[in-house]
Design a protein. Structure first.
Length: 360
């Protein structure tokens, strides 16, 4: 082939790439990094308050934006001083309580209580990934000064991830690192150097995203999978005992600040495929890194601990497990609620809180 034919072919190829790139950009088939940043929750870490969220507005497809207030809580701003006659309720937990996909069942609970005639202010202080350690820190720093009337605590799933990884000999082996992999100015969303120019290209962003998915998955496995394979380590007593101690301390703190305490037996799915197309057993295995038998043992142990601590410490027990578990229509995956599940959880919670707060 002659030189001019090579040059013509090269020009056509370059023009084709440019046309495709412009098409992908104009039609927004490949989101920009700014758009991805607008749609992402951002974690940060405080030595005293644990993992928390960075204040921002989070955009969502087909839904109203989600707001993280200046304290790092989901929802509107919270004034330090409570208005007279208002009942202030804080919710603590992980992503099930944060309820990204379901619709914020803590906020729905507040709406139901207000419809019943009670002036209520809800604080959704849950953070995806939080364990009972984080809630201990949050209640002891961010929340206790807010004159709370009630505290609802829903933990177990995230804590159970570490039941095969915590031992008396190595009590910190299974706990998250002080600095999680994605925090603050996430390197995936804030490129540096020459990449700041290259990411203007939709094709480059598409390739970059695919490569990062591979790298991030590999890094996540390296950081979070302590065992060669799920089930290679048995569940000892240290992990469950640590969870029980944490729950007892939470109960003590709730009692100390004079609030009504509610402990939840979390609702989960054991098997099946949800309407979102999620295989529940596969999701649970990847999320918890436990075999099916270990999951049953861990979650049964969690329920027993929550029940026992609630009874012994005088906390009210919200049994989501009995009311909601194994209802496929209530879940998006093995632990996160669908809109229907979020509404059902709110109704259950509002009923219990209305009775628990009747004399306050």
């Amino acid at each position: 082939m002659r030189r001019w034919e090579w040059l013509l072919s090269l020009v056509i190829l370059v023009l084709g790439i440019v046309v495709v790139d412009v098409f992908l950009s104009r039609t927004q088939r490949v989101p920009t990094l700014a758009d991805q940043r607008d749609r992402s929750l951002v974690h940060t870490y405080n030595h005293y308050a644990g993992y928390r969220l960075v204040p921002k507005r989070v955009l969502r497809d087909g839904e109203e934006p989600l707001y993280i207030n200046s304290r790092g809580f989901r929802g509107p701003e919270i004034a330090p001083d409570k208005v007279a006659g208002v009942t202030r309720i804080a919710f603590l937990g992980g992503s099930q309580v944060f309820d990204y996909h379901g619709g914020d069942w803590p906020a729905r609970t507040g709406a139901l209580l207000r419809a019943g005639g009670r002036a209520v202010e809800v604080i959704n202080a849950a953070v995806p990934g939080n364990t009972s350690f984080d809630s201990l820190s949050k209640l002891a720093t961010d929340l206790w000064t807010l004159d709370l009337d009630a505290v609802v605590v829903c933990h177990g799933w995230n804590d159970a991830k570490y039941f095969t990884r915590i031992s008396a000999a190595e009590p910190y082996r299974g706990l998250p690192e002080p600095t999680p992999m994605f925090m603050g100015r996430d390197w995936r969303l804030y490129p540096r150097g020459l990449e700041r120019l290259l990411v203007r290209s939709a094709i480059y962003r598409l390739v970059r995203t695919r490569l990062l998915d591979v790298l991030v998955t590999s890094e996540a496995v390296r950081r979070w999978d302590w065992t060669p394979s799920p089930g290679s380590v048995s569940m000892g007593s240290a992990g469950p005992r640590q969870f029980e101690i944490n729950m007892k301390l939470l109960a003590r703190m709730i009692d100390e600040i004079g609030a009504v305490g509610v402990f939840c037996r979390q609702a989960t799915l054991a098997s099946g495929t949800t309407e979102a197309g999620v295989d529940v057993a596969d999701y649970a295995q990847r999320n918890l890194q436990l075999t099916a038998e270990q999951r049953r043992e861990a979650l049964t142990t969690v329920d027993a601990i929550v029940t026992r601590v609630a009874i012994e410490s005088g906390m009210h027990l919200l049994d989501m497990n009995a009311a909601l578990s194994n209802r496929l229509e209530f879940f998006r995956d093995g632990v996160h609620f669908s809109p229907e599940g979020s509404a059902a959880t709110a109704a259950l919670t509002a009923e219990l809180l209305a009775a628990a707060l009747a004399n306050r």
